[in-house]
Design a protein around this ligand. Structure first.
Ligand SMILES: Cc1ncc(COP(=O)(O)O)c(C=O)c1O
Length: 390
């Protein structure tokens, strides 16, 4: 699916179906499609991308797949009902009993749970290495390793992975490199151009962009995607047409939303670093960030995600969050509205304190997803809430 247009034009136009001259892809709220000779032929040929039944594909899912493939420069893709459906179908679909993955304990908590609690029940094991150190991934490779699994940007400490170095290792050992690119979005990073075989998104986040859908996508090598299609049909985690319609609408503005998310986060990060009531700020545009150099190659335009430590520990962090007026206390990220959470009482609630601290989540740690509000309103809100925290 090669599309030579520039990113913003692809975000608006690629994949959009102008049925009956409609400017937008209409919502095809139909579970099944009339069987024609052409569709029977598509069915006989494997059914991928043939409009037969909405668990396989729909007009709206096809439009989204084409757009995401254009944005990620991917050969083909499949859409799912959630990011976790995309991840679980990918791993369960491509691996068999006895296979092994190298991943990192920093992966998204749901992915970590899948790798440590579910996959071992089917004889698929995972060794956790350090995403910041590609040589630790190489050292963890075994004879039965099939996949190196990474995230472009980790949550919540905002570590940046050197995708090119990981791709070189994967190629040398004949392994698949699978990258969750949710935090960067294709505007921020295009891992396929750096050697990834498959790219996964929780479309719930930046691609949807409005905190109104749950969805997922996998794009990449066509031979792998056609295997994944069968697994999606068997496991059944497909999105409904209305969900796809909202995703497509969200993606059309990706290229204008992302620069604002990123510049708001960079501005707030710089100001927080100079603030008396803040101890440590994690944002890759700051020279103090340990992955500053890697980030300048992997995500040169930055990220809308930010983390920092409020002086005074978790109690002060809670007071800070509850004093915010514009920024909403909620889990998730990547929407037009800014969201904030403390990992200790949300995403990492069940992680023992010593493990949290070892992972860099000391007392007072706050994670923020910067939206596209006016940055001065965000700063006014953050400054007054910091004053209330002590
Ligand atoms: C990096 C990352 N990957 C995957 C997921 C799972 O996505 P979903 O919630 O859409 O299932 C999340 C959810 O927060 C995430 O942050």
């Amino acid at each position: 699916m090669s599309d030579k247009r520039r990113f913003a034009s692809k975000a608006v136009h690629s994949g959009t179906q102008h049925i009956e001259g409609a400017v937008n892809t209409p919502i095809f709220q139909s579970s099944t499609y009339k069987l024609t000779d052409e569709r029977y032929a598509g069915w006989a040929a494997g059914a991928q991308h043939t409009l037969l039944y909405a668990r396989l594909s729909s007009v709206n899912s096809e439009a989204c797949v084409e757009k995401i493939c254009a944005l990620e420069d991917a050969e083909d893709g499949e859409l799912f009902a959630s990011g976790m459906a995309a991840i679980s179908t990918t791993l369960m679909g491509l691996l068999s009993q006895g296979d092994h993955i190298v991943a990192s304990a920093d992966v998204y908590g749901g992915t970590y749970g899948l790798m440590t609690e579910e996959l071992p029940r089917f004889g698929i094991s995972t060794t956790m290495a350090d995403m910041q150190d590609p040589s630790s991934y190489e050292a963890a490779i075994q004879e039965n390793t099939k996949i190196l699994y990474i995230e472009t940007i980790t949550n919540p400490v905002i570590k940046i992975c050197d995708i090119e170095a990981m791709a070189e290792i994967a190629k040398r050992h004949n392994l698949l490199l699978i990258i969750d690119n949710t935090f960067a979005s294709p505007w921020g990073c295009q891992p396929i151009s750096m050697g990834a075989d498959l790219v996964i998104h929780s479309t719930t986040k930046y691609l949807g962009g409005h905190s109104d859908i749950i969805g997922g996508a996998v794009v990449g090598r066509a031979d792998l995607i056609s295997q994944m299609f069968i697994k999606k049909v068997h496991f059944g985690g497909s999105p409904d047409p209305h969900n796809c319609y909202l995703l497509e609408r969200g993606m059309r503005t990706l290229a204008i939303r992302m620069p604002v998310h990123c510049s708001n986060a960079a501005t707030i990060a710089k100001r927080l670093e100079a603030h008396d009531l803040v101890e440590l700020v994690h944002h890759p545009t700051l020279a103090s960030h340990p992955d500053y150099e890697v980030a300048s190659r992997m995500i040169p335009k930055g990220t809308g995600m930010l983390a920092f430590t409020v002086k005074g520990g978790d109690e002060a962090a809670l007071k800070f969050m509850r004093a915010l007026n514009i920024i909403f206390e909620a889990t998730s990220l990547g929407g037009v509205e800014s969201l904030v959470e403390c990992p200790f009482n949300s995403s990492h609630m069940f992680v023992p304190e010593e493990v949290r601290i070892a992972a860099g989540l000391g007392a007072g740690f706050v994670r923020m997803s910067l939206g596209i509000e006016d940055v001065e309103d965000l700063w006014d809100d953050i400054s007054q809430a910091l004053e209330s925290s002590n």
